[in-house]
Design a protein around this ligand. Structure first.
Ligand code: NAP
Length: 250
Protein backbone atom coordinates (compact mmCIF):
# COMPACT_ATOMS: atom_id res chain seq x y z
CA UNK A 1 0.00 0.00 0.00
CA UNK A 2 1.35 3.44 -0.93
CA UNK A 3 1.68 6.13 1.73
CA UNK A 4 0.86 9.82 1.34
CA UNK A 5 1.61 12.52 3.90
CA UNK A 6 -0.46 15.70 3.72
CA UNK A 7 0.08 18.85 5.79
CA UNK A 8 -2.79 21.08 6.90
CA UNK A 9 -5.15 18.18 6.23
CA UNK A 10 -7.70 18.80 9.00
CA UNK A 11 -9.90 21.09 6.89
CA UNK A 12 -10.31 22.52 3.39
CA UNK A 13 -8.25 21.36 0.42
CA UNK A 14 -6.01 19.19 2.62
CA UNK A 15 -8.99 17.31 4.04
CA UNK A 16 -10.51 16.71 0.59
CA UNK A 17 -7.08 15.56 -0.61
CA UNK A 18 -6.83 13.08 2.26
CA UNK A 19 -10.16 11.54 1.24
CA UNK A 20 -9.24 11.51 -2.45
CA UNK A 21 -5.97 9.66 -1.79
CA UNK A 22 -7.77 7.17 0.41
CA UNK A 23 -10.25 6.47 -2.39
CA UNK A 24 -7.23 5.92 -4.66
CA UNK A 25 -5.99 3.21 -2.27
CA UNK A 26 -3.33 5.10 -0.31
CA UNK A 27 -2.57 4.93 3.39
CA UNK A 28 -3.08 8.56 4.46
CA UNK A 29 -0.94 10.33 7.04
CA UNK A 30 -3.14 13.26 8.02
CA UNK A 31 -1.20 16.10 9.68
CA UNK A 32 -2.26 19.53 10.90
CA UNK A 33 -1.94 21.93 13.81
CA UNK A 34 -5.72 21.47 14.24
CA UNK A 35 -5.88 18.27 16.32
CA UNK A 36 -9.63 17.73 16.63
CA UNK A 37 -10.22 18.32 12.92
CA UNK A 38 -7.26 16.17 11.86
CA UNK A 39 -8.28 13.29 14.08
CA UNK A 40 -11.79 13.51 12.67
CA UNK A 41 -10.49 13.24 9.08
CA UNK A 42 -8.49 10.12 9.95
CA UNK A 43 -11.52 8.66 11.73
CA UNK A 44 -13.79 9.37 8.73
CA UNK A 45 -11.36 7.63 6.38
CA UNK A 46 -11.16 4.57 8.62
CA UNK A 47 -14.96 4.45 8.92
CA UNK A 48 -15.11 4.39 5.12
CA UNK A 49 -12.75 1.39 5.09
CA UNK A 50 -9.50 3.22 4.34
CA UNK A 51 -6.26 3.40 6.28
CA UNK A 52 -5.32 6.67 7.96
CA UNK A 53 -3.66 8.10 11.02
CA UNK A 54 -3.41 11.60 12.42
CA UNK A 55 -0.23 13.24 13.65
CA UNK A 56 -0.02 16.79 14.92
CA UNK A 57 2.54 18.66 12.84
CA UNK A 58 3.41 22.33 12.81
CA UNK A 59 5.34 22.74 9.58
CA UNK A 60 7.47 25.52 11.08
CA UNK A 61 9.34 22.96 13.17
CA UNK A 62 12.26 21.26 11.47
CA UNK A 63 12.70 18.90 14.41
CA UNK A 64 9.05 17.80 14.45
CA UNK A 65 8.97 17.42 10.67
CA UNK A 66 12.12 15.26 10.70
CA UNK A 67 10.89 13.17 13.62
CA UNK A 68 7.48 12.52 12.11
CA UNK A 69 8.91 11.55 8.72
CA UNK A 70 11.39 9.21 10.43
CA UNK A 71 8.62 7.59 12.49
CA UNK A 72 6.44 7.01 9.41
CA UNK A 73 9.36 5.63 7.41
CA UNK A 74 10.35 3.25 10.18
CA UNK A 75 6.89 1.67 9.99
CA UNK A 76 6.00 1.89 6.32
CA UNK A 77 9.26 2.53 4.46
CA UNK A 78 9.80 5.46 2.11
CA UNK A 79 6.84 7.80 1.80
CA UNK A 80 5.43 7.60 -1.74
CA UNK A 81 3.79 10.98 -1.95
CA UNK A 82 4.02 14.31 -0.14
CA UNK A 83 1.42 17.06 -0.32
CA UNK A 84 2.80 20.20 1.35
CA UNK A 85 -0.53 21.99 1.60
CA UNK A 86 -0.51 23.93 4.90
CA UNK A 87 -0.69 27.65 4.30
CA UNK A 88 -1.89 30.93 5.81
CA UNK A 89 -3.08 34.02 3.93
CA UNK A 90 -3.33 36.97 6.29
CA UNK A 91 -4.56 40.32 5.01
CA UNK A 92 -1.99 42.95 6.02
CA UNK A 93 -1.46 46.27 4.18
CA UNK A 94 2.15 46.99 3.30
CA UNK A 95 2.48 49.83 5.81
CA UNK A 96 1.48 47.46 8.61
CA UNK A 97 3.48 44.49 7.37
CA UNK A 98 6.14 43.73 9.97
CA UNK A 99 9.22 41.61 9.40
CA UNK A 100 7.62 39.07 11.72
CA UNK A 101 4.42 38.88 9.61
CA UNK A 102 6.48 38.40 6.46
CA UNK A 103 8.73 35.77 8.03
CA UNK A 104 5.79 33.88 9.57
CA UNK A 105 4.05 33.57 6.20
CA UNK A 106 7.24 32.44 4.48
CA UNK A 107 8.02 30.02 7.29
CA UNK A 108 4.71 28.21 6.81
CA UNK A 109 3.84 28.75 3.14
CA UNK A 110 7.28 28.19 1.61
CA UNK A 111 9.94 26.96 4.03
CA UNK A 112 7.46 24.51 5.57
CA UNK A 113 7.19 22.83 2.16
CA UNK A 114 10.94 22.60 1.75
CA UNK A 115 11.29 21.15 5.27
CA UNK A 116 8.98 18.26 4.46
CA UNK A 117 10.60 17.42 1.12
CA UNK A 118 14.08 17.69 2.65
CA UNK A 119 13.11 15.25 5.40
CA UNK A 120 11.46 12.66 3.18
CA UNK A 121 13.55 12.80 -0.01
CA UNK A 122 16.55 10.68 1.14
CA UNK A 123 14.37 7.56 1.58
CA UNK A 124 12.38 8.39 -1.56
CA UNK A 125 15.69 8.52 -3.43
CA UNK A 126 16.66 5.13 -2.04
CA UNK A 127 13.31 3.81 -3.22
CA UNK A 128 13.94 5.38 -6.62
CA UNK A 129 10.45 6.78 -6.83
CA UNK A 130 8.09 9.28 -5.32
CA UNK A 131 5.95 12.29 -6.03
CA UNK A 132 5.47 15.71 -4.47
CA UNK A 133 2.58 18.10 -5.10
CA UNK A 134 2.95 21.57 -3.55
CA UNK A 135 0.15 24.09 -3.12
CA UNK A 136 0.79 27.41 -4.84
CA UNK A 137 -2.06 29.74 -5.86
CA UNK A 138 -3.31 31.88 -8.74
CA UNK A 139 -1.97 34.68 -6.50
CA UNK A 140 1.48 33.13 -6.92
CA UNK A 141 1.44 32.36 -10.64
CA UNK A 142 -0.57 35.17 -12.23
CA UNK A 143 -2.49 37.64 -10.06
CA UNK A 144 -1.33 40.36 -7.75
CA UNK A 145 -3.22 40.45 -4.45
CA UNK A 146 -3.29 43.72 -2.58
CA UNK A 147 -2.68 43.59 1.18
CA UNK A 148 -1.26 40.09 0.66
CA UNK A 149 2.15 40.74 -0.89
CA UNK A 150 3.83 38.39 1.61
CA UNK A 151 1.40 35.61 0.60
CA UNK A 152 1.77 36.30 -3.14
CA UNK A 153 5.55 36.33 -2.80
CA UNK A 154 5.60 33.06 -0.85
CA UNK A 155 3.24 31.38 -3.34
CA UNK A 156 5.45 32.61 -6.23
CA UNK A 157 8.33 31.12 -4.29
CA UNK A 158 6.54 27.77 -4.39
CA UNK A 159 6.86 27.88 -8.21
CA UNK A 160 10.63 28.22 -7.89
CA UNK A 161 10.72 25.52 -5.22
CA UNK A 162 8.84 23.14 -7.50
CA UNK A 163 11.12 23.84 -10.47
CA UNK A 164 14.35 23.51 -8.52
CA UNK A 165 13.32 20.35 -6.71
CA UNK A 166 11.97 18.81 -9.92
CA UNK A 167 15.34 19.12 -11.61
CA UNK A 168 17.35 18.11 -8.54
CA UNK A 169 15.28 14.99 -7.86
CA UNK A 170 14.35 13.87 -11.38
CA UNK A 171 17.22 11.38 -11.75
CA UNK A 172 16.14 9.74 -8.52
CA UNK A 173 12.71 9.02 -9.94
CA UNK A 174 10.97 11.69 -7.86
CA UNK A 175 8.56 14.03 -9.62
CA UNK A 176 7.72 17.43 -8.15
CA UNK A 177 4.76 19.47 -9.32
CA UNK A 178 2.55 22.21 -8.00
CA UNK A 179 -1.05 23.22 -8.20
CA UNK A 180 -2.39 26.76 -8.34
CA UNK A 181 -6.01 26.81 -7.18
CA UNK A 182 -8.34 29.65 -8.10
CA UNK A 183 -11.12 30.64 -5.71
CA UNK A 184 -11.94 27.58 -3.62
CA UNK A 185 -14.69 27.41 -0.99
CA UNK A 186 -12.67 26.80 2.21
CA UNK A 187 -12.25 28.50 5.58
CA UNK A 188 -9.38 30.50 4.10
CA UNK A 189 -11.41 31.99 1.23
CA UNK A 190 -14.55 32.35 3.37
CA UNK A 191 -12.72 34.48 5.93
CA UNK A 192 -14.11 38.06 5.88
CA UNK A 193 -11.06 39.25 7.75
CA UNK A 194 -8.38 37.81 5.52
CA UNK A 195 -9.95 37.00 2.16
CA UNK A 196 -13.11 37.37 0.05
CA UNK A 197 -15.70 36.21 2.58
CA UNK A 198 -18.96 34.45 1.57
CA UNK A 199 -20.33 37.44 -0.40
CA UNK A 200 -17.06 38.08 -2.20
CA UNK A 201 -16.91 34.43 -3.21
CA UNK A 202 -20.43 34.62 -4.69
CA UNK A 203 -19.40 37.71 -6.67
CA UNK A 204 -16.26 35.91 -7.86
CA UNK A 205 -18.45 33.14 -9.26
CA UNK A 206 -19.99 35.61 -11.71
CA UNK A 207 -16.65 36.33 -13.41
CA UNK A 208 -15.36 32.74 -13.39
CA UNK A 209 -16.09 31.30 -16.87
CA UNK A 210 -17.39 28.03 -15.41
CA UNK A 211 -19.83 30.08 -13.32
CA UNK A 212 -18.93 28.79 -9.87
CA UNK A 213 -16.14 28.92 -7.33
CA UNK A 214 -14.21 25.70 -6.83
CA UNK A 215 -14.82 23.09 -4.18
CA UNK A 216 -11.90 21.48 -2.30
CA UNK A 217 -12.59 18.21 -4.16
CA UNK A 218 -11.96 19.97 -7.51
CA UNK A 219 -8.38 20.52 -6.37
CA UNK A 220 -7.94 17.22 -4.55
CA UNK A 221 -8.70 15.11 -7.62
CA UNK A 222 -6.07 16.93 -9.69
CA UNK A 223 -3.52 16.50 -6.89
CA UNK A 224 -4.14 12.73 -6.93
CA UNK A 225 -3.73 12.73 -10.71
CA UNK A 226 -0.42 14.65 -10.48
CA UNK A 227 0.82 12.13 -7.92
CA UNK A 228 -0.28 9.16 -9.97
CA UNK A 229 1.52 7.17 -12.60
CA UNK A 230 -0.77 8.71 -15.22
CA UNK A 231 1.38 11.84 -14.80
CA UNK A 232 4.65 9.87 -15.01
CA UNK A 233 6.35 12.23 -17.51
CA UNK A 234 5.15 15.43 -15.83
CA UNK A 235 7.52 17.25 -13.51
CA UNK A 236 8.41 20.84 -12.60
CA UNK A 237 4.99 22.19 -13.57
CA UNK A 238 2.43 24.19 -11.65
CA UNK A 239 -1.07 23.43 -12.91
CA UNK A 240 -3.73 26.11 -12.55
CA UNK A 241 -7.15 24.79 -11.53
CA UNK A 242 -9.52 27.75 -11.53
CA UNK A 243 -12.64 27.11 -13.62
CA UNK A 244 -11.15 29.17 -16.47
CA UNK A 245 -10.61 32.32 -14.42
CA UNK A 246 -7.15 33.20 -15.72
CA UNK A 247 -7.97 32.58 -19.36
CA UNK A 248 -11.32 34.36 -19.14
CA UNK A 249 -11.85 37.81 -20.65
CA UNK A 250 -13.39 39.52 -17.63
P1 NAP B 1 -7.40 26.30 5.14
O1 NAP B 1 -8.84 25.92 4.99
O2 NAP B 1 -7.06 27.51 5.92
O3 NAP B 1 -6.56 25.03 5.68
C1 NAP B 1 -5.18 25.13 5.87
C2 NAP B 1 -4.80 24.27 7.03
O4 NAP B 1 -3.40 24.44 7.33
C3 NAP B 1 -5.55 24.64 8.31
O5 NAP B 1 -5.90 23.50 9.04
C4 NAP B 1 -4.52 25.47 9.03
O6 NAP B 1 -4.74 25.61 10.43
C5 NAP B 1 -3.28 24.66 8.72
N1 NAP B 1 -2.05 25.34 9.14
C6 NAP B 1 -1.83 26.66 9.34
N2 NAP B 1 -0.59 26.87 9.80
C7 NAP B 1 -0.01 25.65 9.92
C8 NAP B 1 1.25 25.20 10.37
N3 NAP B 1 2.17 26.07 10.83
N4 NAP B 1 1.54 23.88 10.33
C9 NAP B 1 0.61 22.99 9.90
N5 NAP B 1 -0.62 23.35 9.49
C10 NAP B 1 -0.92 24.67 9.49
O7 NAP B 1 -6.76 26.50 3.69
P2 NAP B 1 -7.22 25.96 2.26
O8 NAP B 1 -8.06 27.00 1.65
O9 NAP B 1 -7.69 24.56 2.35
O10 NAP B 1 -5.82 26.03 1.52
C11 NAP B 1 -4.91 24.95 1.45
C12 NAP B 1 -3.72 25.42 0.62
O11 NAP B 1 -4.19 25.87 -0.67
C13 NAP B 1 -2.99 26.61 1.25
O12 NAP B 1 -1.60 26.50 1.00
C14 NAP B 1 -3.58 27.78 0.51
O13 NAP B 1 -2.75 28.90 0.51
C15 NAP B 1 -3.78 27.21 -0.88
N6 NAP B 1 -4.78 27.91 -1.68
C16 NAP B 1 -6.08 28.05 -1.27
C17 NAP B 1 -6.99 28.72 -2.08
C18 NAP B 1 -8.45 28.91 -1.72
O14 NAP B 1 -9.17 29.62 -2.44
N7 NAP B 1 -8.94 28.33 -0.65
C19 NAP B 1 -6.58 29.26 -3.30
C20 NAP B 1 -5.26 29.11 -3.68
C21 NAP B 1 -4.37 28.44 -2.87
P3 NAP B 1 -5.43 27.01 10.95
O15 NAP B 1 -6.84 26.99 10.41
O16 NAP B 1 -5.35 26.93 12.43
O17 NAP B 1 -4.61 28.13 10.37
Amino acid sequence: MKTVLITGAGIGIGKATAHAFSKAGYRVIVTDILETEGQEVAREIKTLGGEAEFHKLDVTSTLDTNQLVEAIESRYGAIDCLVPNAGIAHKIPLDELTDENWDRTFDIDLKGMMRLVRAASPKMKEAGQGSVVCLSSIMGVAYGWDKHVHYSAAKSGVVGLVRGLAVELARDGIRVNGIAPGYIRTAQALSEKHSLGPQGLEQAASFIPMGRVGEPEDIADVIVFLASDSARYLTGQVVTVDGGLLVGRY
